[in-house]
Design a protein around this ligand. Structure first.
Ligand code: ZN
Length: 293
């Protein structure tokens, strides 16, 4: 079956006008109580309700996969070497595949395992979309943003409460932000004392591997602010790979031994209207940093 045909059947079965609306309806139908679930979301319980008999761990080269077991149930296999937050994302992604299996029917169930991961890009995107919404239901996200305020601190809070990596949480916030923002994860380079961007969301689509690193050195005005290892918010002169500009930056200090920051940088829009000028209450982030990737 061609991909478009698989998607068409998925939309029809879950009664959506496109794959995203079908995905939202599938989630709502399968897990009507999800918006009220306490964090972190119990993914193994969700998996059981989708007919997953067991979640097992193995030495894999990929993130994980789902296989049919005897009796028509499923088994999810996870990469045992991955950190918890990544395994949680993978379980959620594999649960999402069951919505396709249900919609496509038994005759179209092949390819059921990692083959699907290689050949059905569109389907994979829908499964990622569903995964992020199982890990962090829309309603919970909206209510946290309301209570915490929009900003880097809210990303840290959500990441910690829902056991989602900072990066995945940042990606979600950036995608749904009312202004054009980008999130940067900075880490102090112990030898040089510079701050280096380890990841950025959204990623530049056009950028290739081996692109120039974004580095904040002592020559730049914002450097002294980063050195303080405290939260900050306001306009700062900064270079983000291009010429310096006076960006509105919301900085959340993740750790102060080896200094790490999560910053939200407003790329355009009236930043002050969304952020206000005072920094929000600081939440402590676990020291071992398993959510930092
Ligand atoms: Zn997949």
């Amino acid at each position: 079956m061609r991909m478009s045909e698989r998607l068409r059947r998925f939309c029809k079965y879950w009664n959506g006008y496109d794959q995203w609306s079908a995905a939202n309806k599938a989630i709502a139908r399968a897990f009507p109580d999800l918006p009220n679930a306490a964090p972190p979301i119990d993914l193994k319980a969700l998996a059981r309700r989708r007919g997953v008999r067991d979640v097992v761990y193995g030495e894999l080269s990929e993130d994980g996969h789902i296989v049919e077991s005897q009796g028509g149930n499923y088994i999810i296999v996870l990469n045992s070497a991955h950190p918890e937050s990544r395994q949680r994302f993978t379980i959620a992604h594999e649960i999402a595949h069951t919505f396709f299996f249900e919609a496509l029917g038994k005759e179209y169930r092949d390819p059921i395992d990692e083959v699907a991961h290689q050949h059905y890009d569109e389907e994979e995107k829908v499964c990622d979309y569903i995964a992020t919404r199982l890990l962090l239901p829309n309603e919970s996200f909206t209510s946290i943003l309301k209570s915490e305020g929009f900003g880097a601190a809210a990303i840290a809070t959500v990441s910690q409460k829902f056991r989602i990596s900072l990066r995945a949480t940042a990606r979600r916030l950036v995608a749904e932000a009312p202004v054009q923002v980008a999130a940067y994860f900075w880490e102090e380079d112990v030898e040089s004392g510079n701050f280096i961007v380890r990841w950025k969301e959204p990623q530049d689509r056009w950028s290739k591997r081996g692109d120039q690193q974004i580095v904040l050195s002592a020559l730049e005005p914002a450097y002294q602010v980063f050195r303080r290892a405290e939260d900050f918010r306001g306009r700062y002169w900064l270079s983000l790979g291009g010429p310096q500009d006076r960006y509105f930056v919301d900085g959340f200090c993740l750790s102060n031994k080896r200094i790490r920051y999560l910053t939200l940088v407003v790329l355009n829009g009236a930043a002050e209207r969304y952020f206000g000028l005072s920094t929000p209450h600081h939440v402590a982030i676990e020291a071992q940093g398993s959510l930092f990737d």
